[in-house]
Design a protein around this ligand. Structure first.
Ligand code: GLN
Length: 466
């Protein structure tokens, strides 16, 4: 823990951390030491980690990257935080992110951009940019993140580390500052698949405090140990395969993920990874996910709609920022919101309120929900009849330079093309490093997508590949 705190100080220019309190951290570390001395040891006891600043914590501030919550301290811990604390993991601090997790480069944080450890000119990705940067810089071996439309997978890809978004409903959303409730899902970022298994297993499980938490779905009880067990089972099978561990694994390669707009260096790195997977025994199957492009308009209607509803709680009354000058209650609310929310958040609230309003609801929101169903059907068709997993790029390009898309906020939205469909469908998916672009300076991630509850297999494939 001391080494992690030191390293966080050494890399302060990355701006990965928003709140560090060494005393709190060292108290947790001492408790872990005592636990180890007693012989009460979990795989994560004494392991330093850090939380994206959308997980509420009783001891550390929780800002969600927003001025609205600049000084907010939660009266309770998020379930994810509790699970990791119960395992004895030591929290190093809270990590920078896009405001309310809305963004793709950590540039929407009210507390400044976070930099990519591979190249300080580059964004680390987002919205879990601080999480990816802290792991890539070697400050912590593990960080928590959240993925609503790609925010674990995309920063993991752009920072050259691994990250997984599990099946929707398998990790509790209790205590995660809400963005798009039907999409939000927590996931870990780490340096390799095995570490992801341990963390994901620790944070998964039914939680009565989250109404969308899964207890027993499709015959797959969401028991503690599920991820570890299915990973062990898949890995054992692969180990028997010797030099061809992935013998017979059918890998679906969606045509639509390799169209115009995919950078040639990213395409080459992903292609090389596919050749590698074939060498390990996997069989490549051409598939089609015809509604891929429609994921962008569908997501950018549904996510803002849910955000506009979720963010209505920030009214300057109960908690969060309150304007100091106002003449009446309406002005107090509107000024508090105008001062507290940044441009991207305001943009999403406006879009969300518009698509939910009477007269437009059918044309936009309902239509987006219909597209969502078509996207689910595309994945279902592929994963039930043609292939076991789906592989492709995570992002159309390597990390861009900080400030590149300042003129056009929707440019970032288009770059979410490969990650949004998975989120709309609630499927598990991960990113694993597979190469570099820009003369070896900017990492490329490989996207591995699976069927519901198939996290164990995804992680076992990633482990073989790594
Ligand atoms: N880039 C997407 C957005 O801005 C996804 C963000 C996320 O997954 N939290 O909405």
């Amino acid at each position: 823990a001391e080494a992690a705190l030191n390293r966080a100080g050494q890399y302060a220019s990355l701006n990965a951390f928003l709140h560090i309190d060494p005393e709190l951290t060292l108290a947790q570390a001492r408790a872990a030491d005592e636990r180890i001395a007693r012989g009460d040891v979990h795989a994560l006891t004494g392991i330093p980690l850090a939380h994206k600043d959308v997980f509420v914590t009783r001891q550390w501030r929780t800002t969600a990257g927003s001025l609205m919550l600049k000084d907010y301290v939660s009266p309770f811990d998020a379930t994810v935080v509790t699970h990791l604390a119960n395992a004895g993991a030591v929290n190093i601090g809270k990590l920078n992110c896009d405001e309310f997790a809305m963004g793709s480069g950590n540039e929407n944080s009210a507390f400044g951009v976070c930099r990519n450890p591979w190249d300080p000119q580059a964004v680390p990705g987002g919205s879990s940019g601080g999480s990816a940067a802290a792991v890539a810089a070697g400050i912590v071996p593990i960080a928590t993140g959240t993925d609503t439309g790609g925010s674990v997978r995309q920063p993991a890809a752009l920072c050259g580390i691994s990250g997984i978004k599990p099946t929707y409903g398998t990790v509790s959303r209790f205590g995660m500052v809400a963005f798009g409730s039907s999409l939000d899902q927590a996931g870990p970022l780490a340096r390799n698949a095995k570490d992801l298994v341990t963390v994901l297993d620790t944070i998964s499980g039914f939680d009565p405090m989250d109404s969308t938490s899964l207890q027993d779905c499709l015959g797959t009880p969401n028991i503690v140990g599920r991820v570890q067990q299915s990973f062990d089972k898949a890995s054992a099978g692969y180990r028997e395969g010797g030099a061809k561990p992935l013998q017979g694994l059918r890998i679906g390669v969606p045509r639509e993920y390799f169209g115009a707009g995919l950078n040639s260096e990213v395409a080459a790195a992903v292609e090389a990874a596919l050749v590698e997977l074939e060498k390990l025994g996997a069989v490549r199957v051409d598939i089609s996910l015809p509604n891929t492009e429609l994921a962008i308009p569908a997501y950018y209607v549904i996510a803002p709609a849910e955000a506009s509803s979720n963010l209505s709680r920030y009214d300057g009354v109960r908690y969060g920022h309150r304007a100091t000058a106002y003449r009446n209650i309406d002005e107090m609310i509107s000024r508090s919101r105008a001062e507290g929310f940044g441009a991207e958040v305001q943009r999403r609230i406006l879009i969300g309120s518009y698509v939910l309003s009477q007269g437009y609801y059918d044309a936009y929101y309902l239509q987006a929900q219909r597209i969502r169903r078509l996207i689910v059907d595309d994945f279902h068709q592929a994963l039930s009849t043609q292939c076991d997993i789906i592989v492709g790029p995570v992002t159309p390009d390597v990390a861009k330079n900080i400030g590149d898309n300042n003129e056009d906020p929707t440019a970032d939205w288009l770059a979410d093309i490969y990650t949004l469909g998975v989120s709309l469908a609630g499927l598990p998916a991960m990113s694993v490093p597979c190469g570099f672009g820009r003369n070896g300076t900017r990492p490329v991630g490989l996207h591995i997508i699976g069927n519901y509850f198939d996290e164990g297999r995804l992680l076992a494939v990633a482990d073989c590949f790594q």
